[in-house]
Structures are given as structure tokens and as C-alpha cells.
Ligand binder design. Structure first.
Ligand SMILES: C[S@@+](CC[C@H](N)C(=O)[O-])C[C@H]1O[C@@H](n2cnc3c(N)ncnc32)[C@H](O)[C@@H]1O
Length: 297
């Protein structure tokens, strides 16, 4: 139950994040036993570079504790949507936290919002959506891949989130979002190969007062088709943006003081400097946001 609300002490069946270092984190379910490759139940022991951890030894420890292993230390952290995004098992491409933050902002979500998401994929975005809209809101999430739907439904259950989310196996481009959500949504989010096919169905799902729409697509051709469908279906304020991470090297540097006319430079001064990093900004995807105005139909 550790995703649904913050708690102090780790209990059996909780999901915890084992922090080895900033590049090495692992989500673990706190159980005494685990299935091995052959399906047999064996003792749940997790190997790290600092030694082996008997996972059920975490029961009774406080979240945030430093745990001693034979060759060093690890930390055991409370799960958050951000840490889950970094540690979940990828079944699909996933959306990462910089884009997730912009998506939630553009969808104008708050506790109580009714949100539609397709496709669910690996549930990376879903966890962040649920945290934003609970306890009184609800997420309706759809995917046409049956096995992914089963896995993510089980994860929501394990994380104590089932009451805030309904997961449905459905092709939303062929069959829309269904009668259960017609005229109910405050916001619709699409991460699909052909989001433009789902846009007319999104209109039917929105509340009569309208709401906010966001689509995430890696390719500009997808954006062009989506924007066309959005304006044909009555959306306005259509904006496409991209979240780019830019590194800056902040350093204290000593520089010679220019003394024009003097034979030698004699003194130096130290400055705080910031220069662009050498790494190139990586493209993740385009975020297209739009508003659906109130409608009469
Ligand atoms: C890139 S993944 C979504 C990842 C997700 N946003 C996350 O952060 O984990 C896209 C998903 O859309 C699903 N999908 C593609 N076309 C669909 C359709 N027409 N109806 C429902 N789901 C669809 C795929 O099965 C896949 O799981």
C-alpha cells in the first residue's frame, strides 16, 4: 500500500526503492520468497555491488533508512511516481519526469479531476496522473495490448491504487472510450501511434463544459496530423512544445586582469562562470496541448 499514502515503516508486500547510487535504483517488493526462472519459490535475496540484501529484513525498518550490507551501504526509499518511472520494468517506451511535469501542467489537473489516458503502456505516466488527481479524482486508462493491461492492473493493485484507476483493454482509435466515460472527462491524454484517429472520440468523452487535451508524439508528422484533427474537431489554443534538458557547467575560474599598456599581466581575478555543457539535448517527444470549449450537442 506504500504508493497510496506516505507511511513511516516498511511492511510485508510494500514496494520499496533500493537506492544504490544515482545511476542504480531498483524497485523491490518486500516478500520473504520470490519465484526463480523455473517458477520455484526461493528466498528473496537481491544482489548489489555492496553485497546481498535479504529483502524481508527490511520489514520494520523506516523508509529512508541506510541499510548496511557486507561491502557498503544502500538506502531504502519510499516509492514515488518519479522513482517508479526510473525503476519500472519497461514493456513499452515510457514517458519520463520532465515531460510528465509539462503534461500534468498542460492538462490542468488537480485533486478531483477525471482524466482519460491512452495507451497505458508501462504505466509510467499513469502513476503520476493518479497522484495528482487522488483522492477524489479518477483515471480511466486504455490499451489495446491485453498482456500489458493485465500487468499494469496488477501493479496498480499491488501499489494500493486500484480505487483511483480503471484499466480497460480497448482499441480507442477503432472503438472510442466507451459509454462509461461519455461527457465525464476534464482532461484527455494520448500517447498513441495515431492519436488523430482518437480525437473525435475524445470530444465525446469531455464534459459539456469542455476541458484540456494533450498528446505526446515523437515525430513531427504525427503532430501535424493531430493538430489538423484537433482544429477540425473544434479545439482551439493548439500549441506544440518540446521539453529539452540543457546542461550548464558552473565553475569558478581565474582570469587575468587586462591592463592595456602594461608589459606583463600581473594579477588574476576569480569569477563564477556558467557555460553550456558538451552533451547534446536529447529529443523525447512533442507535447501538443489544446482546449475544447463548451459545446451544445
Ligand atoms: C508508448 S506506449 C505508452 C507509454 C505510456 N505513456 C507510459 O508512460 O508508460 C503506447 C501504448 O499505446 C498502446 N496503443 C497503441 N495503439 C492503441 C490503440 N489504438 N488503442 C489503445 N492502445 C493503443 C500500445 O499498446 C502501447 O502500450
Amino acid at each position: 500500500m506504500s504508493f497510496a499514502r506516505f507511511k513511516e515503516v516498511i511492511e510485508e508486500d510494500d514496494t520499496v526503492i533500493l537506492y544504490v547510487n544515482v545511476n542504480s535504483m531498483h524497485a523491490l517488493k518486500v516478500t520473504p520468497q520470490i519465484k526463480n526462472k523455473n517458477g520455484a519459490l526461493v528466498s528473496n535475496v537481491f544482489q548489489t555491488v555492496y553485497g546481498a540484501l535479504k529483502v524481508d529484513s527490511l520489514i520494520g525498518k523506516k523508509f529512508g533508512s541506510k541499510v548496511k550490507l557486507t561491502k557498503g551501504w544502500v538506502y531504502v526509499l519510499h516509492p514515488t511516481p518519479e522513482l517508479w518511472t526510473l525503476t519500472l520494468l519497461h514493456r513499452t517506451q515510457i514517458i519520463y519526469t520532465p515531460d510528465i511535469s509539462m503534461i500534468i501542467f498542460q492538462l490542468e489537473l488537480k485533486p478531483g479531476s477525471i482524466v482519460i489516458e491512452a495507451g497505458t503502456g508501462s504505466g509510467s505516466l499513469s502513476h503520476a496522473l493518479i497522484r495528482t488527481i487522488k483522492p477524489s479524482g479518477h483515471l480511466f486508462t486504455y490499451d489495446f495490448h491485453a498482456a500489458r493491461v493485465d500487468v499494469v492492473r496488477e501493479e496498480f493493485k499491488e501499489h494500493g491504487l486500484s480505487e483511483y484507476v480503471s484499466v480497460e483493454h480497448r482499441d480507442v482509435c477503432e472503438d472510442g472510450f466507451g459509454a462509461a466515460v461519455t461527457n465525464r472527462a476534464d482532461a484527455v491524454f494520448l500517447d498513441l501511434p495515431k492519436p488523430w484517429d482518437a480525437v473525435p472520440y475524445a470530444v465525446a468523452a469531455f464534459k459539456k463544459i469542455g476541458g484540456r487535451f494533450v498528446s505526446f508524439s515523437p515525430c513531427i508528422e504525427q503532430v501535424q496530423n493531430t493538430c489538423k484533427a484537433l482544429s477540425e474537431n473544434g479545439f482551439f489554443e493548439i500549441v506544440t512544445m518540446e521539453c529539452l534538458l540543457k546542461e550548464l557547467n558552473v565553475q569558478v575560474r581565474a582570469m587575468p586582469i587586462l591592463n592595456i599598456g602594461a608589459k606583463e599581466t600581473t594579477s588574476q581575478k576569480t569569477y563564477n562562470t556558467a557555460s553550456p555543457g558538451l552533451s547534446v539535448c536529447g529529443h523525447s517527444g512533442y507535447i501538443t496541448a489544446a482546449t475544447l470549449p463548451p459545446r451544445q450537442d
